[in-house]
Design a protein around this ligand. Structure first.
Ligand SMILES: Cc1ncc(C[n+]2csc(CCOP(=O)(O)OP(=O)(O)O)c2C)c(N)n1
Ligand SMILES: [Mg+2]
Length: 630
């Protein structure tokens, strides 16, 4: 006799919501809900299917209303990062534009290895309504919809064209979300007719399920090679990437550092792996790095990359690691990254790998020389003095420079504050200057460096850590791209803080444009002049009034003194509060230390304008210093 399985008759959307409510992740013996909530903007394609299911299961699955699909993904990503990738949110959208608005958020999640579950509505599986409103008709392929644009930016993609297909797809989706190598955006496209279809689901599908986030250890042969490489190195430098945080390997890193004396530099994603005042933290490395870290990188004979993808910012586009016979040892959970720069791979979880490496090196009592320690200790002190000089404001009654804005914030925060940023000139200033006081204070999204990430991400971070002060640092360009989720923060009473820096355009890209011979073309927010160029007066936009119009409390700061008071008031506030400050305009120079390493942005090989000709000469000189590591 075959045992009878009890079944429950539910729609596909109801079954999905019930299933998601019962998923848990577990790491190091701690278990938590995997999908903490669902964000949604309703239209046809999800209003009747998932919308109905979310009200039916409102007790099990919290729902949050967003304003823009992209920014809902940013909020989910912020939540996931603050939750150490052990918990995330789902995002449901209507078909068509609602769905394609997900693409940027999905790419951001996937690039940063952060889990997020996307549930876009899709065209009729039956094709009875053909074309349905907002359908892109593809004459050569009947089974293509706009949702296929999510395939290349998703780590798992499936389209649920029959009810029973949800079962394997949902299980695969959870596998990918909780796999430390694979994780990123996961998309289940849901045709709107299928969402509403009923099916007899086996009860087991809704049983609680726990997905263990594994910590694989190193292969003994790779570990032995790694130990040999570290013991042979005279000037090793460790580069901490985002993987250190994802794995919560900060303590293991500190133990490795203590045991070996090796200095620790960090990428944007890895900053805070050691506290800024740890004697072995030498700060950011690469194009936006500190002089200390970059000088060590130039002379290193062994670079130990831990959980880093070695982007062009980190390697200064292949010009940073110039030491004779420099080699790379790459501790990474992903073999893809572990093999980069022809390095020795040490494929393992960052925490496990560091612990194994430390134990093996301790057996040999291996340490770098005191002379080496003395050298980087002195350099670190020198850099600290430069940071102090940038932060200092001798004249408190004038407009601050951007570094002085950071200095004012630095003077106020403690280790519980979280600082979020993604694009503009702030990432470079922050990477160079910011003194990270706790492992997760420095939240820089620099994998995609996506303008508009900061405000929605702050909402997600605050949802994951309600007790912490969460600051979104945004430039005026970023603000104009996506201020909309302010409304959500106000609606939900999520007391995020926004520090809005007005400099009337793109200081970052303006500077880059100038260096590359494009003369700041199209990078300032100014009126058109009589000659047709944007060189007139700055635009009379009032972004503070704009933020206030969306329901936020806004404090305007004109001077350094005002700014200090406004930041303190915002920090104490229990409602969403914005501090608005004007710095210099984007086409005047602000005061951070200049780049300590190059970044490759190709310059016109032929041009008539002198600026471009000169920029090309300099460009070619930099290109000639590029090294291939084979
Ligand atoms: C969505 C998106 N579009 C374009 C860019 C390219 N980009 C990088 S920084 C920047 C300007 C940012 O301006 P703002 O926020 O005012 O910061 P500032 O450079 O003035 O500090 C642009 C256009 C980007 N990173 N993201
Ligand atoms: Mg700006």
């Amino acid at each position: 006799m075959t045992p009878t399985t009890s079944t429950t008759r539910l729609t596909v959307a109801q079954a999905l919501v019930r299933f998601l409510s019962a998923q848990y992740s577990e790491r190091d013996g701690v278990r938590q809900r995997l999908i903490g909530a669902t964000w949604g903007i309703f239209g046809h394609g999800n209003v009747a299917g998932l919308g109905q299911a979310l009200i039916e299961y409102a007790g099990e699955m919290p729902y949050h209303q967003g304003r823009n699909e992209q920014s809902m993904v940013h909020a989910a990503v912020g939540y996931a990062r603050q939750s150490n990738r052990l918990s995330t949110h789902a995002v449901t959208t209507s078909i068509g534009p609602g769905a394609t608005n997900l693409v940027t958020g999905a790419a951001l999640a996937t690039i940063n290895h952060l889990p997020v579950l996307l549930l876009p509505g899709d065209i009729f599986a039956t094709r009875v309504a053909d074309p349905v409103l907002q359908q892109l008709e593809v004459p050569y392929a009947g089974d293509v919809s706009v949702n296929d644009s999510l395939r290349p930016v998703s780590k798992y993609f499936d389209r649920i064209t029959r009810p029973e297909a949800l079962i394997p797809a949902a299980l695969q989706a959870m596998r990918v979300l909780t796999d430390p190598v694979e994780t990123g955006a996961v998309t289940l496209a849901l045709p709107q007719d299928v969402q509403a279809e009923a099916y007899d689901w086996p009860e087991e599908f809704f049983a609680e399920r726990t997905w263990v986030v594994r910590r694989p250890g190193a292969d003994p042969t790779e570990l032995a090679e790694a130990v040999r490489a570290v013991r042979a190195a005279r000037r090793p430098l460790l580069i901490a990437g985002g993987g250190v945080h994802h794995s919560r390997a900060e303590e293991a890193l500190a133990e490795f550092a203590a045991a070996t004396g090796i200095p620790v530099a960090s990428t944007q994603a890895g900053k805070g792996s050691l506290r800024h005042d740890h004697p072995q933290d030498v700060g950011g490395v690469g194009h936006t790095g500190t002089a200390t870290a970059n000088e060590l990188a130039r002379q290193a004979d062994l670079v130990i990359g831990v959980g880093t993808r070695y982007t062009d910012f980190t390697t200064a586009s292949g010009t940073l690691f110039t030491g004779d016979g420099v080699r790379f040892l790459n501790l990474n959970i992903a073999a893809y990254d572990g093999h980069k720069l022809a390095g020795l791979p040490l494929i393992a979880d960052a925490r496990s790998g560091l612990q194994e490496l430390t134990a093996a090196l301790e057996m040999h009592a291996h340490r770098v020389t005191d002379a080496y320690v003395g050298e980087y200790t002195l350099d670190k002190e020198r850099w600290e003095q430069r940071v102090d000089a940038c932060y200092e404001a001798d004249e408190p009654d004038v407009r601050p420079t951007q570094p002085q804005v950071l200095g004012a914030l630095d003077a106020l925060v403690d280790e519980s504050d979280v600082i979020i940023n993604a694009a503009g000139s702030l990432p470079g200033d922050l990477h160079k200057l910011w003194r990270a006081r706790s492992r997760d204070q420095f939240h820089l999204e620099y994998g995609y460096s996506c303008m508009g990430y900061e405000i929605p991400a702050a909402i997600g971070v605050k949802m994951a850590a309600p007790e912490r002060n969460v600051w979104a640092l945004v430039g005026d360009g970023t603000y104009l791209m996506m201020p909309t989720e302010i409304v959500t923060a106000v609606q939900e009473g999520i007391a995020i803080k926004i520090l809005l820096v007005q400099n009337h355009g793109y200081a970052s890209i303006g500077g880059l444009s100038e260096e590359t011979g494009a003369e700041r073309f199209g990078t300032a927010y100014r009126f058109r002049s009589a000659d047709g160029t944007y060189t007139g007066a700055p635009l009379p936009v009032d972004l503070a009034a704009n933020a206030a119009s969306l329901g936020m409390r806004v404090l305007r700061a004109k001077t350094v003194r005002d700014l200090r008071a406004a930041l303190a008031e915002a920090r104490a506030a229990d409602t969403p509060t914005c501090v608005y400050v004007e710095t210099e305009t984007a086409d005047t120079v602000s005061g951070p230390p200049p780049a300590q390493a190059w970044w490759d942005v190709p310059v016109a090989e032929t041009a008539t304008r002198a600026s471009a000709v000169k920029a090309r000469e300099l460009y070619e000189r930099h290109v000639s210093t590029r090294r291939r590591h084979l």
